[in-house]
Design a protein around this ligand. Structure first.
Ligand code: ACM
Length: 270
């Protein structure tokens, strides 16, 4: 069994030090081998200019990366954290994955930009990564919030061996709650949605983040659920054996039964 901690948290917009401090306090008593934090957890979400985002954008070797790398070493945990990234003069809405004993984080850049993110972030140019960790004997696929509306993402992660899909999030609708369990069932994987709560107002516009962080098992059942408000850490034990056996009766196997020769051309064209 692998112990998973899914963190629901309310970042303060633009206040990296306060956010890291709050994350440190939330995780201090937690013993887990995998930790998933929300999207943009060090910075907050609703940026309207690149100028205000720039001082908060992270890169390997920076303050937030050092913080999470130390935490990963101290807890012997894999830490999955959404943060803004600066690279080559551009900004990405990224997920950084920190592993004990691995000094360089793996980075996933959000492929599908949501709403006004396009005004400050570039669309991601990384593939959808699956991290194989031999020590824990787990494969973790990464997607980021609005990626959930594209079933291709969880599918390619699962086809690439993911047993857990970690989805740092800043969700502002409720539709995902119908769909995430399906992503778990159709791929026979665990899905961890680490959402934030609270609200951010810029000018006339307020975004309300919906909390309700959740962990679904490979049958789509919720094994841990948070409420709409409140910072907390959801704990769940993962038994990965069902994720490695894609059969669901004696004749059907959801991967072996696929017919990519019938849907491949259309998927590529449109
Ligand atoms: C989202 O992608 N933050 C909804």
């Amino acid at each position: 069994m692998i112990r998973l901690a899914t963190v629901q948290f309310t970042p303060r917009l633009g206040e990296r030090e306060a956010n890291l401090d709050a994350i440190g306090k939330l995780l201090d008593p937690v013993e887990a081998e995998v930790v998933v934090l929300p999207e943009l957890c060090t910075s907050g979400y609703f940026f309207v200019t690149r100028e205000e985002l720039a001082p908060l954008a992270e890169a390997p070797g920076g303050v937030a990366c050092d913080f999470f790398q130390h935490l990963a070493e101290a807890k012997r945990a894999i830490i999955v954290a959404g943060m803004p990234e600066a690279a080559d003069g551009r900004f990405y809405n990224s997920v950084f994955v920190f592993r004990p004993g691995v000094p360089e984080p793996l980075i996933y850049r959000k492929a599908h930009l949501f709403y006004k993110e396009r005004f400050v972030f570039e669309p991601g140019d990384t593939a959808f990564p699956v991290i194989r960790d031999e020590r824990l004997d787990i494969s973790i696929g990464i997607m980021l919030c609005y990626d959930w509306r594209f079933p291709e993402v969880s599918r390619v992660l699962a086809l690439d061996g993911a047993e857990l899909i970690a989805c740092p999030s800043n969700l502002v609708t409720d539709a995902w709650r119908k769909v995430m369990p399906a992503r778990a069932i159709e791929n026979k994987v665990y899905v961890a949605v680490a959402n934030r709560c609270g609200a951010e107002t810029r000018g006339e516009e307020t975004l309300l983040f919906k909390g309700c962080s959740a962990v679904y098992d490979p049958y789509g059942e919720p094994v841990a659920l948070a409420g709409a408000d409140g910072d907390r850490v959801l704990l769940a034990e993962m038994d990965l054996r069902p994720c490695r056996d894609k059969r669901f009766n004696e004749f059907n196997d959801i991967f072996a039964d696929r017919r990519p020769e019938l849907y491949g051309a259309i998927c590529r064209k449109r």
